[in-house]
Design a protein around this ligand. Structure first.
Ligand code: ADP
Length: 400
């Protein structure tokens, strides 16, 4: 049987990121981004092998952009799509894994929209457009939150009155589940374990950052909570602050909620601390040049990451290893080294030469002998979405 094709779709409010993934291959066959949708500047950019193309889309909306990219996919593939895998940010408590999309699933994604007001409606737009244009292809939803549904209540409950949880769903959900699941599975393979096995701490460090404790393929705790603002220092997000900060800013500066949300989500994190940039590459350069803010931002980022990882370690019965992933985790030897300075308490010791020599974009081990593994593993959320879509379809076929 030739290997099957999955179209992976990640829809934002004005963009569609897409990739056609072939079963069991590491590179996308075709990938691209339609952005600025709904404006006169809408464009479609796509890459096939080494070739990059760009074309204007007029004022296309999501459905019109999808109507353009589907024939494009048809032109460059030799077989029909086996599935469309949609990334959905928030599944609330409805979903513990991938689901074939039907009216009930659409209603549940809609019902979770108050928890992810920017993301879930955009995800639904993409789902509706794909269902309209590809009515005969099975459509699968993969949720960022689903992997963390295995967390025990003592990890996911806030110390708030019960009604807020029972009636209003206020609890910790966690995000980046697809990435934490993918890299911990890869870690099991890299260290010669049975697929998915092992006791891992995982640090996904991109523009958004989260850490996670995973035991034998199950998330036991993670740093993000009700929303993706909780936890680590991120590019522009503050991560944890005193919850009384809202009241303090309202009382002392007269700030309203939108102003405070803007502060915590868009003006804080690496950007706020450094006063310079949210981009780790730029901050590393500025730190080299003696920029005080950049130095401080990187120190706080690494210390708070280490503190989170050490805290999450209590969820595990032992520690087989720590995984770095995401643009920063995969590429910044400095962040890995500075974070590990604070983690001797877990017996973790980095090998400075292996750490600085690891080629960018490659998986590898950077620990000293005698230490639990310290692994750098490039994440591949699209691969994970494609694999989960196909295995759900196989499972459903076998049941029928
Ligand atoms: P997103 O969460 O948007 O997918 P990425 O995973 O691409 O983001 O991560 C973006 C971050 O990775 C940025 O802070 C960027 O500066 C950082 N990064 C990328 N390459 C390097 C590098 N070579 N050294 C340090 N940081 C890097």
């Amino acid at each position: 049987m030739s290997s099957r094709l999955v179209l992976v779709i990640n829809c934002g409010s004005s963009s569609i990121k897409f990739a056609v993934r072939e079963e069991d291959t590491s590179q996308p066959l075709l990938s691209g981004l339609a952005e600025r949708l709904g404006t006169p500047q809408a464009t479609l950019e796509w890459r096939l092998g080494d070739h990059k193309h760009e074309e204007p889309l007029g004022e296309a909306d999501h459905t019109q952009a999808m109507a353009r990219l589907l024939p494009l996919i048809g032109e460059h593939t030799s077989q029909p799509l086996a599935a469309v895998g949609h990334r959905v940010v928030h599944g609330g408590e409805h979903f513990t894994g991938a689901r074939l999309i039907d009216d009930e699933v659409i209603a549940a994604i809609d019902a979770s929209a108050p928890l992810a007001p920017l993301h879930n409606p955009a995800n639904l737009t993409g789902i509706r457009a794909a269902m309209e244009l590809l009515p005969d292809v099975q459509q699968v939803a993969i949720f960022d939150t689903a992997f963390h549904q295995s967390m025990p209540a003592h990890a996911y409950r806030y110390a708030l009155p019960d009604d807020l949880y029972a009636v209003h769903g206020v609890r910790r959900y966690g995000f980046h589940g697809t990435s934490h699941q993918y890299v911990t599975n890869q870690a099991s393979l890299l260290t010669g374990r049975q697929f998915g096995h092992g006791a891992w701490l995982s640090a996904h460090l991109g523009n958004g950052c989260s850490s996670c404790a995973v035991l034998d393929g199950k998330s036991l705790d993670t740093s993000m909570g009700l929303t993706p603002l909780e936890g680590l220092v991120m590019g522009t997000r503050s991560g944890d602050v005193d919850p009384n900060l809202h009241a303090h800013l309202a009382r002392t500066l007269g700030w309203d909620l939108p102003r405070i949300e803007q502060l915590l989500n868009r003006e804080s994190g690496l950007l706020g601390l450094s006063g310079l940039s949210n981009d780790m590459r730029q901050l590393e350069q500025a730190r080299e040049d003696g920029h005080h803010g950049a130095h401080l931002a990187i120190e706080v980022f690494c210390y708070r990451l280490a503190r989170s990882l050490a805290g999450l370690a209590v969820a595990l019965p032992r520690l087989d290893g720590l995984i770095f992933t995401g643009g920063i985790g995969e590429n910044s030897a400095l962040v890995r080294a500075l974070t590990l300075r604070h983690l001797a308490i877990l017996g973790l010791h980095i090998d400075p030469d292996a750490n600085s020599r690891l080629p960018r974009g490659q998986a590898g081990a950077v620990h000293r002998s005698g230490s639990p593994a310290i692994l750098v593993i490039p994440t591949d959320e699209e691969r994970q979405i494609a694999d989960e879509s196909l295995s759900l379809i196989d499972q459903l076929r076998n049941q029928s």
